[in-house]
Design a protein around this ligand. Structure first.
Ligand code: SF4
Length: 195
């Protein structure tokens, strides 16, 4: 690996640690913040401990413990899915939404917001590609949103149609994280992007 790639990888890890170091709510660990953020951003299909375990690259047991701890703090609550009446999904409580207002990641978001738009667009596209390649390498799901998903019939504004869920997507669905996400951009073995 080139030294610039090594350095880039170190910067990404350092940024993640730095971002969480400013947490104002000392009750929550970085894993709990990540879970809170995940359950606020994921679509209905993905608001489960097993989807969170894939997103957080951890075991199902560890993910379940994190979810249980947030339920005990009154920040998450269990809901039975209306669709099948059996499966369970988790939702933020009003207290969970309130705590998320103090998300330590907001400082990182502000620093990114200060970058010129073209730089941000290039950076986000590159990071998305790296996340997809790494997930592919680890045989993990690559989380993303509808606009970049191969199952979505349109990349423009909602409403669009999801071929995977066979459902129409509204504006709130389009911006949500999804465990069934399949990246449009495919990478060939020689490293060249097909799209
Ligand atoms: S289009 Fe893709 S990201 Fe959107 S709901 Fe369907 S599977 Fe999930």
């Amino acid at each position: 690996m080139s030294s610039s790639a090594d350095h880039g990888a170190e910067i990404i890890v350092h940024l993640a640690r730095l971002a969480h170091s400013g947490a104002s709510d000392a009750r929550l660990t970085p894993a709990q913040w990540t879970a809170l953020r995940f359950f606020a951003r994921a679509n209905r299909l993905s608001r489960t401990p097993s989807a969170f375990s894939e997103f957080h690259a951890t075991t199902r047991g560890t993910a379940s413990q994190t979810v249980k701890s947030l339920v005990a703090l009154g920040l998450l609550e269990r809901h039975r899915n209306e669709d099948d009446g059996r499966s369970i999904r988790f939702e933020l409580t009003p207290a969970g939404h309130e705590v998320l207002q103090q998300d330590p990641l907001k400082a990182l978001a502000r620093a990114l917001e200060a970058l010129p738009q073209p730089t941000r667009d290039t950076l986000f596209a590159a990071l998305r590609q790296v996340a997809c390649d790494l997930a592919d390498d680890r045989q993990s799901p690559a989380f993303g949103t509808c606009a970049d998903c191969a199952h979505c019939e349109s990349t423009s504004e909602a409403p669009a149609f999801c071929r995977c869920a066979a459902a129409t997507l509204g504006a709130s669905d389009m911006g949500a994280l999804c465990i069934e996400f399949s990246p449009r951009r495919q990478t060939r073995k020689d490293g060249e992007h097909l799209i």
